[in-house]
Ligand binder design. Sequence first.
Ligand code: UT7
Length: 314
Amino acid sequence: MNRGLRFCSTARCVPERIVTNDEMSRIVETSDEWIRSRTGIGQRHFSRGETAVDLCVGAGRLALERAGAAPDEVAVCVVATCTPDYASPSDACLVQAALGLPEDTPSFDVSAGCTGFLYGLETVRGLLALAEGKKKYALLIGCDQLSRILDMTDRSTCVLFGDGAGAAVVCLEDRLWHAALGSRGTAAPLWLNGPGPETTYIHMDGPAVYRFAVEALPSCVQDLLAKSGLTLDDIDWIVPHQANRRIIETAAKRLHAPLDKFYQNMVRYGNTSAASVPIALDEMAEQGLLARGQKIVTVAFGAGLTWGGALFEW
Ligand code: UT7
């Protein structure tokens, strides 16, 4: 048995404003039919006035409340993001202040694109071990506000992404936990320029990222199964990064896994980058789909090209 993380609570916060595919088709030459059939996305939330920190604070506050975690019981506050409000300070420092976390709470951002939440889980697992039980909880938030940096003249990227934050309060226990993290170390198919004099935009060679994703997703799941000695039959849910329904369908085929084992919600949010996995977990918890003792695999991929996964018991 490893020192693993237990999810004490989850929460999410998305901007109020919903932008439908039909609205996108008034901005660029696209259609609801194209977006749905090529990606599975039906709508997304775009911020109007909310900052990224506002979204983080909304999700983080609710997650702390649901866990019954007092501010002085939080050992570390981490935000996974590639779209922070400032290049510096981190979103996490501003979240720390807004949530009243005391000054001895290390607070910082993790940057691993859409894989950020998975990198964040391993980061807080290590820091909780170093805290040696003096403080019980870690607050981990995945948040991205990609609407700010979308090129609204590029139909191949602007229809894909949405804004949101998902949070989890986790604690360390002797329990099942396996993780796999990696990176190809390349900017080529997916990068955000800035900070600097250039206007920040997301640039993506969609088909190249697609090819990477349909390889990385199943191989990360297989890696986790091999590490744990479990088979797919032992796994109750696979919670993948919500980039594209076709990526998930291809991964399911390659793994010979039934598609209904994969939770999907990109129809409501689009690709929310680092927020996609915690938003999915929070929806699943809300819908009563998660029960203690169930075995979960969560897996993501993104800029870097990074990938990451975790296998654990809910
Ligand atoms: O979170 C990680 C980051 N991102 C991803 O995971 C995205 C991974 N990639 C993808 O999901 C897919 O590659 C896309 C959804 C981005 C694109 O799907 P695709 O099936 O790979 O399409 P494509 O780029 O090969 O384009 C096919 C056609 C092109 O037209 P022509 O050249 O065949 O005439 C595009 O110009 O579809 C066209 N197209 C569109 N048409 C209508 C591209 N975007 C759109 C659009 N509406 N929004």
